[in-house]
Structure formats: structure tokens, C-alpha cells
Write a protein that binds this ligand. Structure first.
Ligand SMILES: NC(=O)c1ccc[n+]([C@@H]2O[C@H](COP(=O)([O-])OP(=O)(O)OC[C@H]3O[C@@H](n4cnc5c(N)ncnc54)[C@H](OP(=O)(O)O)[C@@H]3O)[C@@H](O)[C@H]2O)c1
Length: 315
């Protein structure tokens, strides 16, 4: 099966942008479906990339945009629910509808983004909804060539993880840290993007689910200490026990800008660590945070920010 045109859902986001850049560089024609074309402006100047506004809640609209494509990559996901947008809708119903539409329109290749530690019994609604989405997608295994990815937390220039820690470190002399012993295996966004693009045409990846993690496991405390070190600051970290971590999440959940929710706290009850090494057929050798992160966190001058915005705008 030769893949020419790839439809990307969630292509405007942090991971999606990295994948779209690599798909474009590899010569694929890429159709990014986005709620707002404006949000994907940084992609429109890339060769062979088309950004199309689409209401992903409408089967008719979604199907009409997908049908000209040979493969679909679904990256749509949310970290926090709202009254209008739920995990069930985005992580379960949407992947199920995308897989149905692939089958209906004869699209034989589907790459689906999930997360590490998904399970129907997982402690958080986020992880349970991702598990339901995986099952709904894999139900089409007989007729569609499916690959599912389960990354640990993903880092990169525009991440909302280490950049968030950096903001907190800059603002607070003392850091009250929830779940200081929770474990993560951060993976670089460029490695995740390579895993997606390398597997697109690789029959060995059909029907498989891959865990993705970086070369080292860190506790939450070690990650914040690393950010403090990179920024050249001196800060005191006060680790919160589970009870205080819960109440911190509860309080933050009430703020307009949700930095953390109780569901995020529940997600951290299970370590975000891979049980298996990165599969060789994905063709990646994960890069450590120490190699990449200082370049974007420590280099946060106005000139660096300007260059970053220019890069995002493709200029
Ligand atoms: N970042 C991580 O550390 C991490 C770790 C594990 C798994 N993941 C998974 O990887 C995927 C991508 O994550 P990301 O960090 O790149 O997220 P992101 O930057 O927030 O991008 C998510 C994309 O989903 C689309 N989207 C969000 N809410 C939507 C809604 N209500 N309706 C329609 N589309 C919506 C957006 O597309 P438009 O705005 O263009 O419509 C956006 O481009 C997600 O499925 C996430 O769960 C991420």
C-alpha cells in the first residue's frame, strides 16, 4: 500500500507540529484538520502541507476531508475536561468515529496517539478514557492497519511540562511540589515524531501498540531540580505528601488557568514509566533531557524568544 496523502488530526498542537514538519520533509502530502486555521498558520508555509478548518464533531465534515487521504494520524487529546469538552468525547468517542470513518472510506492506515499506563482500571479518568479509545480503535484491526503509541510525558521547546516548571521556578522562591516521588520517563518530541513517521509505511508496526519513553527515569523532584539547575537558580523544594498534593490539585483546579487538576493527581498514582524498551522497528534512539532542554530553557532571552517565534512562523 503506497501512502501519498496523510490526514493529521491535532496537527496544530505541540506534538502534531513536529510530526507535520517531518511528514512534509519526507515528501508526504499532508492535510491538517484544525478547528481554527489561524492556529496552524505556522504550518501553512511548509511544502505539501494544507490546513483545512473542520468541525471534528461532525461525521459528515470529518469524513469528507478524510476520504481523499491514504492514512490518518489522530493526535487529538486534552489534559483537562470542561463542561463542554470531555475525555469521553475526545479520547474515546472521537477515535472510535475516526476508525469507523477510515473503514467507511477505505482508508487502510491509522496511527493513533494514546498515553502510557492506560487501563480500564487506571486511577484517572484521563487514562481510562485513553484505554477506551485504544480498544475502540483496535476493534478495527481486521480491516485497518493500526499502530498505537503510548508515550510518557513529552518534552520539547514548546512543551507545557518543563516550561511550566521553569515558569514556577522563576516566580517562586519556595516550591511546594505535589507528588515529588512520581516517576516519569520523558521522551523528546522529535523522537516521538520520528517514531510516527518511520512507522507510517512500515508493515512491521501494523496492529501493534508501542510504549515510548526516553533513556532515563526521573522523579518529579529530580525533574524540578534539573530545571532549577538549568536556569541557574537556587530554590527550596518542599515535597507534599499525598493528602496535601490532593488539596493542592483541588485548589488549582478552581483557578481559571488550570495548572493541575485532581484527575492529573490521580494520573500520577501510577508511574509513567515504560515496561518495555523502545522497539527497534521504530528506528529511534531516544535523546536525553540533558542534551536538549538547556538549549531552550536556559536560552530564554528576548532575542531567543524572537527567533523561536520566527521559527514557529516558518520564517
Ligand atoms: N504532551 C505530552 O506530554 C503527552 C504525553 C502523552 C500523550 N500525549 C497525547 O499526545 C496528543 C497530542 O498532545 P499535545 O501535547 O500535542 O497536545 P496539544 O498541543 O494540546 O494539541 C492537541 C491538539 O488537539 C486538538 N484539540 C484539542 N482540543 C480539541 C477539541 N476540543 N476539539 C477538537 N480538537 C481539539 C487541537 O487541534 P486544533 O486546535 O487545531 O483544532 C490541538 O492541535 C494528545 O492526544 C495527548 O493526550 C501528550
Amino acid at each position: 500500500m503506497r501512502i501519498n496523502q496523510v490526514c493529521v488530526l491535532g496537527g496544530s498542537g505541540f506534538v502534531g507540529s513536529a510530526i507535520v514538519h517531518k511528514l512534509s520533509a519526507a515528501g508526504y502530502a499532508v492535510k491538517v484538520l484544525s478547528r481554527r486555521r489561524e492556529k496552524s498558520k505556522h504550518l501553512t508555509l511548509l511544502p505539501n502541507v494544507q490546513v483545512v478548518e473542520c468541525d471534528i464533531l461532525s461525521d459528515a465534515e470529518l469524513g469528507s476531508h478524510m476520504q481523499s487521504c491514504d492514512a490518518v494520524i489522530n493526535l487529538i487529546g486534552i489534559l483537562h475536561e470542561s463542561a463542554k469538552v470531555t475525555f469521553e468525547q475526545m479520547h474515546h468517542q472521537l477515535p472510535a468515529r475516526v476508525a469507523d470513518l477510515c473503514e467507511r472510506h477505505g482508508i487502510r492506515r491509522l496511527l493513533h496517539m494514546s498515553a502510557l499506563q492506560t487501563s480500564p482500571d487506571a486511577p484517572s479518568a484521563y487514562l481510562r478514557s485513553k484505554a477506551a479509545g485504544e480498544a475502540a480503535v483496535m476493534a478495527h484491526k481486521g480491516s485497518i492497519n493500526i499502530t498505537i503509541f503510548q508515550p510518557s510525558v513529552i518534552f520539547g521547546r514548546d512543551d507545557s511540562f518543563l516550561n511550566l516548571f521553569a515558569t514556577v521556578v522563576k516566580l517562586m522562591p519556595v516550591i511546594a511540589l505535589a507528588k515529588p516521588d512520581a516517576k516519569f520517563q520523558p521522551i523528546w518530541v522529535e523522537d516521538v515524531a520520528d517514531a510516527f513517521v518511520n512507522s507510517l509505511d512500515n508493515v512491521d508496526t501494523y496492529g501493534k501498540t508501542y510504549q515510548l519513553g526516553g533513556p532515563r527515569v526521573y522523579t518529579m523532584r529530580e525533574l524540578v531540580e534539573f530545571v532549577i539547575f538549568v536556569l541557574g537558580k537556587k530554590r527550596k523544594i518542599v515535597g507534599l505528601n499525598d493528602k496535601l498534593s490532593y488539596w493542592q490539585a483541588y485548589a488549582m483546579e478552581k483557578l481559571p488557568l488550570k495548572l493541575m487538576t485532581r484527575d492529573n493527581f490521580y494520573s500520577m498514582q501510577v508511574d509513567s514509566v515504560c515496561q518495555t524498551a523502545v522497539a527497534p522497528e521504530l528506528g529511534i534512539k531516544p535523546t536525553a533531557i540533558e542534551v536538549v532542554v538547556p538549549e531552550y530553557l536556559a536560552n530564554d532571552t528576548p532575542r531567543a524568544a524572537y527567533n523561536r517565534f520566527r521559527g514557529m512562523a516558518g520564517r
